[in-house]
Structures are given as C-alpha cells and as structure tokens.
Design a protein around this ligand. Structure first.
Ligand SMILES: [Zn+2]
Ligand SMILES: [Zn+2]
Length: 415
C-alpha cells in the first residue's frame, strides 16, 4: 500500500516557520496536568452504553468558563460544544467517545475503576481528557480561527450506535453549516507511544453479527436414522462458510467470518432438535459486506437442505466500514509530522478488522480516524496488553501529542 501524503513532506523546520502552530505543543504540555487529572477522574467512574451521566457531568464541568456553547443530548448523555472563531468560515468537527466496557479492571492502578465490573479498557477516558484540553487550547487561540469548531463527546461507541444517534440529534448541524472536515483520535496500547498512524480509504471494517438456527428432529443417539440430526448440518456449515469466502471473494478484498459460538443438545444419548451458530462478518467495502451477508444465508440454507434440515438466518447489523477521506487522512498525518515531529507520524500499513462508529460521521463528512500509540514505557508494543484487556495500560504522556494534534487539525482547517 502506498503512502498517504499528497502534501510536501513535513519537517519540524516547517513547523517552526508556520506561526499558526507556534507554542501549540508547549500549550498542550502545559495542560498535561489538567489532562491527566480529568483522565484519571473519568477512569475511576466508568459507565457503559448511552447513559453516562457522571461522565457527562465531568465533561461539562471541565468546559465550564470557556467561551463555548455547550449542549447536552436528549436521548443519550452526549455533550456538544461549539467554539465560534474570530471570523466566519467553515466548520471542523473533533470527536471523543466517552463509554467504557463491562469488564472488571485488573491493572492495579491507584485510580482504577470504582464502578465494579466496568472499566475504561478502550481508553475512551483519555479521549475525553484530550478533547477537553484541545478545546481549552483552541479557546485561547480563538483569534486565529476562521470558522467554528464542534467538539463532539459521544457515548455508546462500544456497540450502541452512539455516533448515529448524535447525528440524528443534529450534531453535524450544531454550528450551522455541516463540517468541512472531521477528526477522531483513538488511543492504542499496542503501538509506539506518542506516534500517530492513519491511512487513506478504509481504516476499520464493517461489523455484522449473525445467528443461524438449524432445525432437525430430535431422537435417540443410538438411532440417528429415526431422527434428523442438526449437528452434522451445523458442522458442515462452518466449513462451507470458510470455503465460500476463499472461493467467492477476491484475495485482495480482506474479509473475516468467524463462528464464535456453537450450541446444540444436552447430553450424549440425545439427538437435539436444533443447533445454533453465532458469528460475525467483517469486511472493508459495502458491496462485499452485502454480498457476504446474502451469501452466508444462501450457503446455510442449502447446506441445511442437503441434510434435510430447515434453517433460519438472522442478521444483526452493526457498524458500516470506516472510510477515511484520502486527502484529510494525508493532511492529518502531515500535520502530525509538522507539529509533533516527523518521528511521530507513521502511515498505517493496513486497515484493522475491528469496527468503529465514527464510520457514521465519515459517511457524511470528509474526515479521518487516526490512532495514537500509547504503549507504556519499558514495554514492547507487541507485548503490551491490548485495548479491551482487563490489564491494559496507556502511557499518559502520549495524551499531550493527541491534544496538540486535535488543535492543529482545527487550526489548519479553519485558517
Ligand atoms: Zn473498544
Ligand atoms: Zn474504542
């Protein structure tokens, strides 16, 4: 995969010559104690899903006194803050997600979760803290802004459609005209601390879950010919689905289909009435997504029919493919190199097959998701506990780079 940049290679010398970014990194560093304090406070009180009243209150308090118009959500605990620049111009949107995961924390951190089996294991606490500090930094530089900044604090990223619900509640028009560009940062425990990575085009996969119920006829295990055993039919489907992927989808079009759960029966001497397969499909394009979901139903029905069983297929649609705008992704990476230094910007070699609901924003606005590495000091990125682990640790010093990049992206868009 080629490299992103459509812009001239960025250098620290360029940053030094570009007065828009003067003191930006230093400003983010000055805010670091505040960023860390908010991150830890949010980390202590994690909340799951769309209703995050404590997190929402912490954000509103952190923005208090800044020259922002702050709105809170109706159907979800979102926070939207709008900063008016000195002169009219385009709008830029910066997003942080706010929600945690249903997991019991085992990090041993002094500021570990006090909310039982709930943990900020995906680093969304750091996102909240970084975006709040970026808002503070940009408020100080309001005179340099030609246009408006939307700060989007979003609940329910971990499978609750929070971004789509915020779009339904009007986040994209909260500053009048729709955004000309959008950026979301995501921290990751398994890449080099303080390094920004992104790529043009698809960066994360679509994610749809499915359930296949294979219905036969129960009976005695010793006399299978008098029953209709759904278990061999279900087993045949597992193989047939993998074969379908390799024979029907181009090798250049990455696709994943995983059966995560198979259930049937109760004991050795009973042939069960039915068997159930549950799985997930990940793709990097909408046509392939539709094709695989249609084809998996066809394959399962036909394999079931070959075994004399009936088959019910249910699809639970998840997030669409997250597709970065080529130019905006290139600009974000160039800005990272310019403002943070060339060693802090690396093109991402391939997409991740996880999913992200910023996809919904990127369907409406040319923008980019970018990752911020935060492997703790002294740990190899490949050895670090990953996001979603109950032992994941993030290097907090990476956050100042995220703060500076959020601010630089807004300044660059609204020049
Ligand atoms: Zn996550
Ligand atoms: Zn996440």
């Amino acid at each position: 995969m080629g490299i992103i940049s459509r812009h001239p290679p960025a250098t620290t010398a360029a940053a030094a010559q570009d007065p828009r970014f003067d003191g930006l990194v230093e400003g983010a560093r000055m805010l670091q104690p505040r960023t860390v304090a908010l991150r830890r406070a949010v980390h202590r009180h994690p909340e799951v899903g769309l209703r995050l009243p404590a997190t929402q209150a912490q954000i509103v308090r952190a923005l208090d006194g800044l020259p922002l118009r702050v709105h809170t959500g109706v159907g979800l605990s979102s926070v939207v803050a709008v900063l008016d620049g000195a002169r009219p111009g385009p709008t830029v949107l910066l997003r942080a997600d706010m929600d945690a995961l249903p997991l019991t924390e085992r990090t041993g951190l002094p500021f570990a979760s006090e909310s039982g089996a709930v943990m900020h294991a995906c680093g969304h606490d750091t996102h909240v803290a970084m975006l709040t500090s970026a808002a503070r930094l940009l408020c100080d530089r309001r005179d340099a802004l030609v246009g408006r900044v939307i700060f989007m604090f979003q609940p329910g990223e971990e499978g609750y459609d929070g971004a789509r619900l915020m779009i339904d509640e009007g986040v994209l028009t909260s500053a009048g005209r729709p955004p000309a560009a959008a950026l979301a940062l995501h921290i990751t425990a398994t890449s080099k601390s303080g390094v920004i990575t992104t790529r043009p085009g698809p960066i994360m996969a679509s994610s749809d879950d499915f359930t296949v119920r294979v219905v036969g006829r129960g009976g005695h295990s010793a006399m299978p010919h008098e029953a209709l055993d759904p278990v061999p039919a279900a087993a045949a489907m597992v193989g047939a689905l993998q074969t379908m992927l390799t024979r029907r989808i181009s090798v250049h079009d990455p696709t994943v289909l995983t059966i995560g759960r198979i259930s049937a029966g109760t004991t050795a001497n009973i042939i069960p009435q039915d068997a159930t397969l549950t799985g997930t499909v990940r793709t990097l394009s909408e046509p392939t997504r539709r094709f695989v979901l249609d084809e998996l139903a066809t394959v399962c029905r036909h394999v079931g029919a070959a075994h004399g069983c009936t088959v019910e297929v249910a699809i639970e649609p998840g997030y669409p493919v997250t597709v970065n705008d080529d130019a905006v992704a290139g600009r974000a990476l160039d800005l990272a190199a310019t403002v943070l230094g060339p060693r802090r910007a690396e093109p991402m070699p391939h997409p991740l097959m996880g999913a992200e609901d910023f996809a919904y924003v990127l369907r409406e606005v040319p923008g980019t998701l970018a990752f911020l590495g935060a492997t703790p000091p002294g740990v190899e990125p490949s050895e670090a506990a990953p996001n979603h682990s109950d032992q994941v640790l993030f290097d907090e010093s990476a956050m100042e780079h995220g703060v500076a990049l959020y601010a630089a992206f807004a300044l660059d868009t609204l020049r």
